[in-house]
Design a protein around this ligand. Structure first.
Ligand SMILES: NC(=O)C1=CN([C@@H]2O[C@H](COP(=O)(O)OP(=O)(O)OC[C@H]3O[C@@H](n4cnc5c(N)ncnc54)[C@H](O)[C@@H]3O)[C@@H](O)[C@H]2O)C=CC1
Ligand SMILES: O=C(O)C1=N[C@H](C(=O)O)C[C@H](O)C1
Length: 269
C-alpha cells in the first residue's frame, strides 16, 4: 500500500485510546488524522502527544467527531456503547472504515449498527488479538468434538476499571462453544451464580468474571468431565496486541465494500 490512510482515534485519553495513538504513530503504515474525546474533557483543544506526556504530534484533540472523521479514511473506536452507536452514524456519513473494539453492547445496540453498515465498512470484535481469535476457532472445534458429558465454563479476569461483564471476549468464546455444539448461546447461558442455584444444568455454558488490579485480560475455556478436564487459555500481558489488531483491521477495510466484518475476516482464520 503506497497511500497511508489517515486514522482517527476516539476515546483518545483512554487506556486503549493512548495505546492506539502510539501504535498508529509508530506503524509507518498510517497517519494519525485526529483524536476525539468527549465534550468537556480536559484533553480537548490540546495536542494529543503532549497530553500523553511526550512531544507534540500536531494533532489537537477535538470533541467534533464528524469534522475529524470527514478528514480520515478510518476511525478506531474503543469507547463505550452509546458513544460507539453515535460514531457509527458519523463514520458512515464520512464513508470512513469504522473499527469497533467497544464491548458491553446489547443485542439491540448491535442491531442499530446495521443502517451504518449499508454505507460504510464496520469491523467489530470483542477482542482484536490474533491469539484470541485463534482460540475462538479452537473452542468451536473442541466443543464440536465433545458431547455434553463435558461441562463448558468460560472464566475471565480483567483489571478493576472494567465496567462490563462477561467480557466481550468471554462472550465470543461462549458463542463459539455454543456454535460448536449446535445450540444457541442465549438458550444455555448461565452467568452470575450466587446463592442456592441448584445443580448445574447439563449442556449449560457458564461464565465467571474476576475483576482485580491491573490484569490486562485472561480467558480460560474449561471443558470438565468425570475424570478429566481440558483448558484452553489465552493470557494478554500487553494492550499492544489489541491495538495492532485494530490497525490491521483499519488497513484491511480500505478496499472492502460496505458491510459488517469481524477479525476472523481480517485475519483470514
Ligand atoms: N476489542 C478489543 O480487543 C478490546 C476492547 N476493549 C474495550 O474498549 C473499551 C474501552 O476500554 P478502555 O480503553 O480500557 O476504557 P477507558 O475508560 O480507559 O477509555 C474509554 C475512553 O472513551 C472515552 N469516551 C467515552 N465516551 C465518549 C464519547 N462520547 N466521545 C469521545 N470519547 C468518549 C472516555 O472519555 C475514555 O477516554 C471497553 O469497552 C473495553 O472493553 C479494550 C481492550 C481490547
Ligand atoms: O476492557 C478490557 O480491558 C478488555 N476488554 C475486552 C473484552 O471485554 O473482552 C478485550 C480484552 O480482554 C481487554
Amino acid at each position: 500500500m503506497t497511500h497511508k490512510p489517515g486514522i482517527v482515534i476516539t476515546g483518545a485519553s483512554g487506556r486503549m485510546g493512548q495505546m492506539l495513538i502510539r501504535t498508529v504513530l509508530e506503524s509507518g503504515k498510517a497517519t494519525l488524522a485526529g483524536a476525539v474525546e468527549r465534550e468537556g474533557h480536559e484533553w480537548v483543544g490540546r495536542d494529543v502527544g503532549e497530553m500523553m506526556g511526550g512531544q507534540a504530534v500536531g494533532v489537537t484533540v477535538t470533541a467534533d467527531a464528524l469534522e475529524a472523521f470527514s478528514k480520515a479514511q478510518a476511525v478506531i473506536d474503543f469507547t463505550a456503547p452509546e458513544a460507539t452507536l453515535a460514531f457509527s452514524k458519523l463514520a458512515a456519513q464520512a464513508r470512513a472504515v469504522h473499527v469497533i473494539g467497544t464491548t458491553g453492547m446489547t443485542d439491540e445496540q448491535i442491531a442499530q449498527l446495521e443502517p451504518a453498515s449499508r454505507h460504510a465498512v464496520i469491523i467489530r470484535a470483542g477482542n482484536m488479538s490474533l491469539g484470541v481469535n485463534l482460540l475462538v476457532q479452537l473452542t468451536k472445534k473442541v466443543a464440536a468434538a465433545l458431547d455434553e458429558d463435558f461441562d463448558i465454563e468460560v472464566i475471565e479476569a480483567h483489571h478493576h476499571h472494567k465496567v462490563d461483564a462477561p467480557s466481550g471476549t468471554a462472550l465470543m468464546l461462549g458463542e463459539a462453544a455454543a456454535e460448536g455444539r449446535g445450540v444457541k448461546l442465549a438458550d444455555v447461558r448461565d452467568s452470575g451464580r450466587d446463592g442456592i442455584t441448584g445443580a448445574r444444568k447439563r449442556g449449560d455454558i457458564g461464565f465467571t468474571a474476576i475483576r482485580g488490579g491491573d490484569i490486562v485480560g485472561e480467558h480460560d475455556v474449561l471443558f470438565a468431565a468425570a475424570g478429566e478436564r481440558i483448558v484452553l487459555r489465552h493470557l494478554a500481558t500487553d494492550r499492544a496486541i489489541f491495538a495492532r489488531g485494530a490497525l490491521k483491521a483499519a488497513l484491511w477495510g480500505q478496499d472492502k465494500g460496505p458491510g459488517q466484518y469481524d477479525m476472523v475476516d481480517v485475519l483470514g482464520l
